[in-house]
Ligand binder design. Structure first.
Ligand SMILES: [Zn+2]
Length: 232
């Protein structure tokens, strides 16, 4: 067997896609098992730890991909002198999962009993509809965490290596005004991106956006380390 017989190693983008699919499958399996005996708020509350575990694993994969990306781009060069420290995610996995699960548990109980639950009013939604919505929110959260972790890792290593960062949007031309405005923007080592202003850019940006991709849920933008430009 020669080297050319081997499949090409997955690109970082493919690895992130794979992490998304894996997280979606894992979350679906955990949720399906939990509600097998009935869709109740208590059933969801009982799986908070399992959901946190799955979401953390997803974020760790994102972190590993983001680290690899920075290493690859740097080609072993280190031009900066900053100490390494890991950039935290904008919001913690645990707190985000708990918020989504508690809200969904209340919605499901309100739908099931026809009584308001924990500040959640009764809506026409059935428990099944609320459960499907919950699953979508969990998957979306895991995807956000994968990409937040990938960016935090790339940012942390680029800062340590002394490299610039460039914002790169997905190539299918579907970027929102915020991301389109940031595409191609470069910042120096340790700096973050400032959101653009102007037409189409909402005044209040998503709270999860703190200067690194993703700029909104389901954003697939990335930051890529670049050779530092000479500065005067
Ligand atoms: Zn984006």
């Amino acid at each position: 067997m020669t080297v050319t017989d081997l499949p090409a190693p997955p690109t970082p983008a493919q690895q992130l896609d794979q992490a998304e699919r894996q997280a979606a499958e894992e979350l679906a399996a955990i949720i399906a098992a939990a509600v097998a005996a009935g869709i109740t708020g208590a059933a969801l509350l009982a799986i908070i730890a399992a959901l946190i575990g799955a979401t953390r694993r997803a974020a760790q994969t994102g972190w590993a991909v983001g680290t690899q990306l920075a290493h690859r781009a740097s080609a072993g060069q280190r031009v900066g002198r900053s100490a390494y420290f890991a950039e935290p995610l904008p919001t913690s996995v645990d707190a985000d999962v708990v918020a989504v699960v508690v809200d969904a548990a209340q919605r499901i109980d309100a739908a099931r009993t026809g009584q308001p639950a924990g500040g959640v009013p009764v809506t026409p939604a059935t428990p099944e509809v609320e459960l499907a919505r919950f699953q979508r929110r969990m998957v979306r959260l895991a995807i956000t965490k994968i990409h937040q972790a990938a960016s935090a890792a790339t940012y942390s290593y680029a800062r340590w290596l002394g490299m610039d960062l460039e914002w790169v949007t997905r190539r299918d031309g579907k970027a929102c005004a915020v991301c389109a405005g940031l595409n191609g923007v470069r910042v120096g080592p340790g700096q973050k991106f400032t959101p653009p202003r102007g037409r189409g850019v909402p005044r209040r940006l998503w709270a999860g956006f703190q200067g690194l991709p993703p700029s909104h849920p389901n954003c697939r933008c990335r930051c890529i380390p670049r050779e530092p430009r000479p500065r005067t």
